[in-house]
Design a protein around this ligand. Sequence first.
Ligand code: NDP
Ligand code: 13P
Length: 366
Amino acid sequence: MSESSLTEQDSRASQEECLRVAVLGGGSFGTALASIAADNGGEVRQWLRDAELAAEINREHRNSRYLPDYAINPAVQASDDLSVVLDGAELVFVAIPSKAFRAVVRQARPWLGADQILVSTTKGIQEEGFKLMSQILEEETGFPHIGVLSGPNLASEIAQKQLTATVVASDDALTRTRVQTALGCDYFRVYASNDRYGVELGGALKNIYAIAAGMAAALGMGENTRSMLMTRALAEMSRFAVALGANPLTFIGLAGVGDLIVTCSSNLSRNYRVGHALGEGKTLDEAVEALGQVAEGVNTVSLVCHKARQDGIYMPLAEGLYQVLFKGVPARQMAQLLMLNEQSSDVEFTLPRELVQQARQEEGKT
Ligand SMILES: NC(=O)C1=CN([C@@H]2O[C@H](COP(=O)(O)OP(=O)(O)OC[C@H]3O[C@@H](n4cnc5c(N)ncnc54)[C@H](OP(=O)(O)O)[C@@H]3O)[C@@H](O)[C@H]2O)C=CC1
Ligand SMILES: O=C(CO)COP(=O)(O)O
């Protein structure tokens, strides 16, 4: 066989393997994700409602609004037309903030089909019915290949090609492998999980504690405090998630403790920045306005506290943050109150809280 026909064959083979990927959302994460899939050889289209920004991405390979300092793979084709972006897409990522997620999925629905793989990247919760975004994908489409992408994934670091890992969670094996194929490359690793609910809840819950961590840093609290906050946050997140049906072991993975670490430690996290601004004395409205992007944790803390009260789940950190954000309790005063709270079990999956409480009550009687 001649060299040229071998080359032709190779290029046909690679065209056949090339996945057609659509990303809905033109924010920092949607843009970073589109660029990874294109770096990986995918045929990538990205939908933005802002036609001017779409034209800029196509012309300058840059998203000046959300990721101004990073080059986007020039193969990413952006458009404000959903029919163009979704035409022939095998894999669709939805990277739209939770408040607009359902509306965008409804808008896209006429161009979605049951053989497509639909994956949410959004770390938020819908108020009505306490729904996670993949549940909305399921409700709006009824399709079988649904998944979630979540993990320690600061968009600007991905855009710099910093070595990063994430989790694709689905009970559908095809969804897991397709996402691994589309995104796994020399700077981005994709681990698989079948606990979709736990992975998705982990991504939403950690935003609450990132706000608290930002606040603690601004108040000059030290490393011991940060470690205590993050570890007790993990205990609280997993307690809540397990009460709602998630697997506790998910929380020792990237989408649990992994995402909690990055979001509670970095000024690149928007939730952390909102907390930091509050700790510096800004009001919640000022902090959110200064951010100019979505910080899902602000909404999530209300929804989670409401749900925890309803279902009788003990969530002192989330409740304390709620009191600071929405009831005007000073953060330092709340921290003192939390320190004087019941002294309880470290890992309650090995020593249940109730046993510690019971023993302390008995000691009190004697
Ligand atoms: N950024 C990050 O590091 C990471 C983010 N995530 C998650 O990804 C999700 C999306 O985040 P991200 O990309 O960062 O968000 P951004 O705030 O950066 O951008 C939001 C995007 O959604 C668009 N949008 C908002 N409302 C609508 C609407 N009604 N119709 C159409 N488009 C709309 C915005 O468009 P417009 O500009 O026109 O308003 C913008 O393109 C979040 O839930 C976040 O938790 C997950 C991992 C990392
Ligand atoms: O989820 C994130 C990192 O994994 C991004 O967090 P923020 O939404 O707080 O920026």
